[in-house]
Structure formats: C-alpha cells, structure tokens
Design a protein around this ligand. Sequence first.
Ligand SMILES: Cc1cc2nc3c(=O)[nH]c(=O)nc-3n(C[C@H](O)[C@H](O)[C@H](O)COP(=O)(O)OP(=O)(O)OC[C@H]3O[C@@H](n4cnc5c(N)ncnc54)[C@H](O)[C@@H]3O)c2cc1C
Length: 152
Amino acid sequence: MTGSRSQWGSVRVHVIEPGTPGSGVYAVDQPDYLILNTPCGQISLYPWQDEGPSPKYAVGLHEWVTAAGYRWVGDTCRIDRSGRGITRDDYVPRRLMGEYLQWFYATLVASAPAKLEIVHHHTEATNIVSRGTNASASCWRTGNTSTSTTSS
Ligand SMILES: Cc1cc2nc3c(=O)[nH]c(=O)nc-3n(C[C@H](O)[C@H](O)[C@H](O)COP(=O)(O)OP(=O)(O)OC[C@H]3O[C@@H](n4cnc5c(N)ncnc54)[C@H](O)[C@@H]3O)c2cc1C
C-alpha cells in the first residue's frame, strides 16, 4: 500500500483465496472455548505509530472487539451491553480474531489508492511456475479451466 502510493506506477495484485479473505485459519464459526494464546491488547495488524493521520485500518484487536460492541457474557463474547467489558489482558475467542482479520482486509482494500488494483479470485491456486529471475506465473481454477497471470 505504502509503495503503491509513492514511487510505483499502476499495480494489480491478484489475491487467490477460496474463503473470505483475511481470516485464514481463524474460522469465524468456531466455538468460543477455542481462545487465542496471546492477550488481545498485544495483537495488531497495524503496530506502527505514524506521525501523520493514521489509516482507517490502524486498529488493534482489543480496540476492534471493543468498538464492535463485544463483551464477556459468561465464557463467551457477545454483542451484549449487559456483559463484562473485555480488557487488553483478556484471551478472546479465536473466531473474533477471524472477524477482525476479515474487517482489516476489507478496510485495507477499500483504502487502496486508485493505482493499486486488488483482484480477488474466489478459488484455489493450482500452481506457481517460475519463469526466470524476476518473473513468475500463477495459475488458478475458474470453473473447469485454469487461468494464469505473469508478473515480472
Ligand atoms: C488451530 C490453530 C490455532 C492457532 N492459534 C494461534 C494463536 O492462538 N495465536 C497465534 O499467534 N497463532 C496461532 N496459530 C498460528 C497462526 O494461525 C498462523 O501462524 C497464521 O494463521 C498463519 O497465517 P497465514 O496467513 O500464513 O496462513 P493461514 O492463516 O493458514 O491462511 C492460509 C490461507 O490460504 C488459503 N489457501 C490454502 N490453500 C490455498 C490454495 N491452494 N489456493 C488459494 N488459497 C489457499 C486458505 O484458505 C487460508 O485462508 C494457530 C494455528 C492453528 C492451526
């Protein structure tokens, strides 16, 4: 993102992901008893402190779960005003990490400068072929056919 804002020309990024981009292994439908092994106040996809205005996605996990309205109701996290507030030291369910990662990706993409095009292919990558020092091609499934793109 930073590079594309400055010295580069137009850039097209192909994201090949069969699921909802962002969450990876952190499935959003897993039960709340599967918790993270790191306190939520120590997790952020944007750990930098900028001198200028921060981008919309400059939000850590604790800030995000709090802003989303999540609170503890017993051992589960729910959007429920009657629950106990989540602190920076709490180990929250992994599914909230998944929601945060999906939000972060969507916000990052929405904030991309015009010359950065991000194309999401909702499918599996089937191959990566090396074509010399600085060039490669990736292939992905589109229905029954494969499509490829080359970068250099
Ligand atoms: C059960 C479990 C619990 C974990 N808990 C923690 C924790 O509490 N704290 C912690 O710090 N770390 C934890 N980790 C480790 C952490 O999840 C990983 O380090 C992190 O998810 C790696 O991120 P990633 O984006 O590289 O891969 P992943 O999160 O695994 O994402 C890989 C992505 O690639 C996609 N993909 C796979 N094959 C293809 C294909 N052929 N074409 C296109 N897309 C494809 C998948 O759909 C997925 O979205 C845990 C890992 C597991 C398995």
